[in-house]
Every structure is written in C-alpha cells, then in structure tokens.
Unconditional design. Sequence first.
Length: 184
Amino acid sequence: MTLIETIKKDAKTSKWVGVLLLIAGFLALVAPLGAGLSLTVMIGVLLLMSGAAQLVLVFKAGSFGEGLLLAIFAALSLIAGGYMLSQPVSGLATLTLFLAGYFIASGVVQVIGAFGARPEQGWGWLLFGGIISFMLGVMIWRQFPISGVWAVGTLVGVQLMMSGWTLIAVGGLAKNAVKEVGAS
C-alpha cells in the first residue's frame, strides 16, 4: 500500500471515529445523568482494577514492608472503587464536587498565568479562558447537589462532540491534502 493510499484510508477512519464520538457526545448531552452514572461506574471499575494490580505487585515482589506505601495506595483504590460501584449516585456527587474544585483552581491558575504573560499576544484569551473556567466551577459548586445531575455528563458530552468534530475536520484536511499531492 502506498503512502497516499494509507493516508486516504486513515482519513476515512478518522471521519468515522469522529462521527461515532459525535453520536456518543449527543447521547451524553441528551441523558447527562445516565452518562455521569456510567462514568462513575467505569471509574469505580478502573479503581478496583488498579488497586488489585497494585496489591498483586506488593505481594509478588515479596516486599510488603518496603512496599507499605504502595499497599496503602492499593487499599485506597480498592475502597474508592468499591464505594463508586456500590454508591454510584454518591460517587457522581463526589466527582461533581471534584470537577467544581478543579475548574475553580484551573481558572485561578490561568488568570494568574495570563497576567504573567501580559503583554504577549494572546494573553487575553488565556485570561478569558481562566475567567470562564472559574465561573463554571463556581456555578457547579453553587448549584450542588443539583449540578450532580447534569455537570459531569454534560461536560463529557461536549468534550466528545468537540473531539468528534476535530477528527472529522482532520480527516477532511488529510483527504484534501492527499488530493492536492496527487494532482501535483
């Protein structure tokens, strides 16, 4: 297969993956609570797997005394994962509060960074992004526990849709570039 054929094939794949991400994002936006609970369960499973893998490493290495810190992290992962699976609504509430705190902290750091970057070109965009992030975090925090119903699922839905559009655009650009190279 030639390089141009490979790029054409990958451009088509990129577009299809983009379409699938758009659909997943739309579904998350239509049912944000379901998407949020699904993410909570998935994170719970990942935490359980992580904790189990860490415990296997501690016992397999035969260094339980030296690996005490790793064993503690493993136990915390198992406890957090079990909690997320057994109490998905509470787990979603925890994720929502974490998300609010993350947006607030991220916004503060971006605003400080923007003033540090001033007078460089584009510093205003960094400031704008920081203010939006901070305001979003405060909005989620102030609307808690109601925000637990919509915040995580909605934000993941928006992210999936943006990723989908990006892949579709990149696939289109790659296909157009291949046409131009082939025409030359």
